[in-house]
Design a protein around this ligand. Structure first.
Ligand SMILES: [Zn+2]
Ligand SMILES: [Zn+2]
Length: 375
């Protein structure tokens, strides 16, 4: 079957904005999500089709390629569709995962407590915690993608019990393995965590000696990560499944890395632009001059100060700023010119300045002269 046009799949025009595409995908996802259409193959196909279209059309580079070359842009296998970040996409387009709140469409899709992926129901287990870490870069590091090795302490599955916490697993007699027990009160039916197994759904004949039944042990790990060029101070990167290990079949947490970018005393950062102030003499400002400054990678740049440059004027050095995390190309260096008035002027200099003052006043127009006389 021929592949349908992405715009047609989402029912949007070729000029649709990212927002319109998001809205369109939201409608399709709500209609065709597998969890809402269990066992319906054609719904699942439609859901996948819409997800693929959404991922391509919301990625500016891929969209441009698609607009230019159509489906051929991605070869006979078609594009890579990443279903692993669906959770993020949903929480973004549906407005947060919410902890059982009214707006939590996320929960409709994935079931409460399910943390990631569109996978099936998991049995018991405790999820590992998310970990937080901070990394500091110099501003010059932002110019290029950085590869870092993090040395962290986190929970790893216990080798002895393979993360289970014990052996000789038995289904919990209280809850029949569901991890939850239901009870009635009046007209209502409630569910709560099974008091016997603590929600795990099972218990062990013998608890693991090595980890004392926890299923996890603390260990140091080296983790390689990449920090994209153009990263900004305060941005947070998520390394999926690099947090604490879960136990008894629970999921791993994620590792969040907050990036701090040390300010560079020479520059003020405005997104991808860098502003640097340079001071020039009043003579250079009047006559024009060439001055030098060093950019972030300590390359010497020469800046032309044009004649009659005013105090506070901004000069632009294109492409000498920082790269962008979203776009290709670099920002600019903006040079703010400060004109310095000398504090000490020698006798001879003063004399010359008086002469200049005379010349300038005789150059003034008629009204200028009148003003001088009256003033
Ligand atoms: Zn139980
Ligand atoms: Zn163990």
């Amino acid at each position: 079957m021929a592949k349908r046009d992405y715009y047609e799949v989402l029912g949007v025009t070729k000029s649709a904005t990212a927002d319109e595409i998001k809205q369109a995908y939201r409608r399709q996802a709500l209609k065709f999500h597998p969890d809402k259409n269990p066992g319906d193959k054609s719904a699942e196909e439609k859901f996948k089709e819409a997800t693929e279209a959404f991922q391509i059309l919301t990625d500016p580079q891929k969209r441009q390629k698609y607009d230019q070359f159509g489906h051929q842009a991605f070869g006979p296998q078609g594009p890579q569709v990443d279903y692993s970040n669906l959770e993020d996409i949903f929480s973004e387009i549906f407005g947060g995962r919410g902890a059982g709140g009214t707006d939590s469409i996320f929960d409709i899709f994935f079931g409460q407590g399910a943390r990631r992926g569109a996978g099936g129901r998991r049995r018991g287990g405790r999820d590992g915690a998310d970990l937080q870490l901070e990394i500091t870069l110099n501003m010059a590091d932002v110019l290029e993608m950085q590869e870092k090795t993090l040395d962290i302490s986190r929970l790893e599955p216990c080798d002895d019990c393979k993360g289970m916490g014990g052996s000789g697993e038995r289904e919990c007699s209280e809850c029949g393995g569901r991890g939850q027990v239901a009870y009635r009160q009046g007209f209502f039916s409630f569910a709560s965590t099974c008091p016997k197994c603590g929600g795990a759904g099972s218990s062990f004949k013998s608890s693991c000696q090595e980890c004392r039944g926890a299923g996890v042990r603390r260990a140091r790990r080296k983790i390689a990560m990449k920090i994209p060029a153009g990263v900004e101070d305060g941005m947070r990167l998520r390394l999926r499944d690099e947090g604490d290990a879960g136990s008894a079949g629970g999921d791993r947490g994620d590792l969040y890395v907050s990036v701090c970018v040390r300010p560079d005393p020479r520059f003020e950062r405005h997104g991808t632009d860098l502003v640097q102030e340079i001071t020039v003499s009043y003579i250079d400002a009047i006559l024009g001059a060439e001055v030098e400054l060093t950019d972030l990678s300590n390359e010497i740049l020469s800046v032309k100060i044009p004649p009659a440059t005013q105090h506070g004027a901004m000069l632009r050095l294109r492409g000498k700023g920082l790269p962008s995390i979203e776009r290709s190309g670099r920002g600019d260096i903006l040079v703010r010119v400060a004109v310095e008035i000398p504090k000490n002027v020698s006798g001879r200099e003063k004399q010359l300045l008086h002469e200049i003052a005379e010349i300038r006043s005789s150059n003034k127009g008629f009204f200028g002269k009148v003003k001088d006389v009256l003033g």
